[in-house]
Design a binder for this molecule. Structure first.
Ligand code: SF4
Length: 246
């Protein structure tokens, strides 16, 4: 990370918050810290074990005190469908935006882990995100830009945005393996920065987009990179299929 920061590369990190207070000297170098938070304490701890909610908030405070901007990432599924507004109520006094994205069967393409118990079907996802659009218009602390909210209107149809993966951003896992995109299958672990150096590993990256781009910040960065202003502007209306809470 030091190497990247010295070269003015914009570095953010995804975390559950647990190690942040202990690793604050590393965290201090980040441009942004994204902490997963699924909902209020009982919802978050039911998914991730007791104490996880408090650890996420302790990590948030430690990062903020170190001067690092924080945002919460909330993956929307069956487990937290009815508690999204409670989460916004928790985040607002902390002045931490909440970025919402739909739960997928697996975090990574090609992974065999079955997350179908948490997934919502397409109509339900579109209905929830229509409600999140409404909350965004009311300025309730939704961190999504309009480009991801507009994109999620088409979930789960194959919808290919311009793809900047491997061109202007990439993902490095904790062992130093570099991937063009954090959503991709990670079974091939050969592209290590330890083996090839950062520049060499970056040159090796695949640059091939896909139509399964459902991570909010990836979607937003892609449309911004592609200069798709038409996708970045607020739509005139919330979709008619659901303006009410799901
Ligand atoms: S389109 Fe999105 S999910 Fe697919 S490779 Fe590009 S950034 Fe990753």
């Amino acid at each position: 990370m030091q190497w990247l920061v010295e070269r003015r590369v914009w570095v953010s990190m995804h975390s559950n918050g647990i190690l942040v207070p202990r690793k604050v000297d590393t965290v201090r170098k980040l441009a942004k810290l994204k902490i997963s938070l699924d909902g209020p304490r009982h919802v978050h701890d039911a998914m991730r074990s007791d104490g996880s909610f408090d650890a996420a908030l302790a990590g948030t405070h430690a990062a903020r005190e170190a001067g690092v901007p924080v945002e919460f990432t909330c993956t929307v599924g069956r487990h937290n469908l009815t508690s999204l507004e409670q989460l916004l109520d928790i985040a607002k006094p902390l002045r931490v935006p909440v970025v919402f994205q739909p739960a997928l069967n697996s975090l990574f393409r090609g992974n065999k882990r079955d997350g179908s118990a948490w997934e919502l079907d397409g109509p339900r996802v579109r209905a929830v995100f229509a409600h999140i659009e409404t909350l965004n218009r009311k300025k309730r602390g939704v961190g999504n830009s309009w480009s991801s909210l507009r994109h999620f209107r088409r979930f789960p149809e194959w919808t290919q945005p311009p793809c900047a993966a491997g061109r202007v951003f990439c993902t490095m896992d904790p062992e130093g393996v570099l991937f063009s995109c954090g959503e991709l299958d990670r079974s091939d672990r050969s592209n290590s920065v330890v083996r090839f150096g950062v520049a060499g590993a970056f040159a090796n990256l695949l640059r091939k987009g896909c139509g399964e781009c459902w991570s909010a910040r990836l979607v937003e960065e892609n449309y911004a990179w592609g200069c798709r202003i038409d996708r970045m502007l607020p739509p005139l209306r919330t979709p008619p299929f659901d303006r009410q809470p799901p």
